[in-house]
Design a protein around this ligand. Structure first.
Ligand SMILES: [Zn+2]
Length: 359
């Protein structure tokens, strides 16, 4: 991907990228890990991803996916609780197998460790509240297991709220309100990507802590149901929260998405709310696209299947291209502090503000 950068600017961009704290705020890689381990493989993160992540300059990866997928992902599926525990176990086994390459992020200081070492920090998340059923006790247990970020919903309705694909656009249920309060109390980051508009409205009204939309872009640039309206971006930012820009093509542009379109989202969000609210949530699933498609096909009505074959933005096709994003920011005259903020410092600020030492 070519930008109109001088040799000096090229050098500055690459140095800045690899000097900076870089955090991927949303990755589904553990879907692949669980499947591979189910086939008897071990050291999957180390063998298949470590080098790619080092090339990408990543320090921290937030593994934040659904526990409601079917047996094509989770063997012997019985319930989202069962699936989430299998997910935690798979990640723990991977970390135990490769302690020289990975470790679990439990507190903000751990991110500082990842900044200064060769090890990549893994943060545990959950995409959708199905796995807490109707019991905050599950949430408290998951917090003890390392859960530090949680989406309230995926596309569809659950016991907490509607997702973006539900026409009723309902906000938080009574139980959902209790979940928000408990997430605040525990110091778990609330993620509003995938949540209905009224759900986001309720969370912004109720949450005592800032929130993240970890992998969502701007409706004003690409009118997709998963993207955020201007009021949502502004209010997330006003509360000290952040928006992780996604590289998944269908969230970037209607057709032929490129890195330039991604940068248009960044520019728009900055213009609306300032660069302190920006982060990156690429949402790469290039390594397990077959599984994602088959999962959605069996998941029933409301599943957006038709747009799954739209590729990632040109120039950001997979994680190894990540430094192109920094080159793009430099081409649009972003200052060093802004670039560092977007790549990772803004997420760290959010986590520092929310984290509570109550384990
Ligand atoms: Zn998602």
């Amino acid at each position: 991907m070519t930008f109109e950068l001088t040799t000096k600017e090229e050098e500055r961009a690459l140095k800045l990228h690899h000097d900076s704290l870089v955090i991927d705020c949303h990755s589904d890689i553990h879907l692949h890990v669980i499947r591979a381990r189910g086939q008897g493989k071990t050291h999957v993160l180390e063998k298949e991803f470590y080098e790619r992540w080092v090339k990408a300059g990543l320090n921290v990866v937030v593994l934040n996916t659904m526990a409601k997928f079917g047996p094509e992902v989770y063997p012997y599926r019985t319930s989202p609780v069962h699936n989430f525990l299998l997910m935690v176990d798979a990640i723990n086994q991977e970390l135990l197998e490769s302690p020289e390459h990975f470790f679990l992020i439990l507190k903000p200081e751990d991110i500082e460790v990842s900044r200064n070492s060769e090890k990549i920090g893994i943060m545990l998340g959950l995409e959708g509240a199905e796995a807490i059923e109707m019991n905050l006790g599950f949430l408290r247990c998951y917090h003890r297991l390392g859960l530090r970020i949680m989406n309230l919903t995926w596309h569809l309705r659950n016991q907490v709220a509607d997702g973006v694909a539900e026409p009723s656009n309902s906000g938080l249920s009574n139980f959902g309100r209790e979940v928000v309060a408990e997430l605040n109390r525990l110091g778990i980051i609330i993620d509003v990507s995938h949540l209905s508009k009224n759900g986001v409205r309720d969370v912004l009204d109720l949450s005592k802590q800032p929130v993240i939309a970890s992998h969502s872009n701007a409706v004003a640039i690409c009118d997709h149901q998963r993207n955020l309206e201007d009021w949502q971006i502004k209010e997330i930012a006003e509360k000290g929260g952040i928006v992780g820009v996604a590289f998944l093509g269908r969230f970037v542009a209607d057709k032929d998405p490129t890195i330039k379109n991604v940068l248009d989202h960044v520019d728009h969000i900055k213009k609306l709310a300032g660069s302190d609210c920006l982060a990156i949530g690429p949402d790469y699933t290039d390594f397990c696209q077959d599984m994602i498609i088959s999962s959605r096909r069996v998941a029933g009505p409301g599943q957006p299947v038709n747009d799954l074959n739209i590729p990632y933005a040109e120039g950001l096709e997979d994680v190894t291209n990540l430094s192109n994003f920094t080159r793009g920011l430099i081409s649009r005259n972003y200052k060093t502090k802004e670039v560092r903020g977007i790549l990772g410092e803004n997420f760290l600020r959010l986590f520092k503000g929310i984290y509570k030492d109550i384990c």
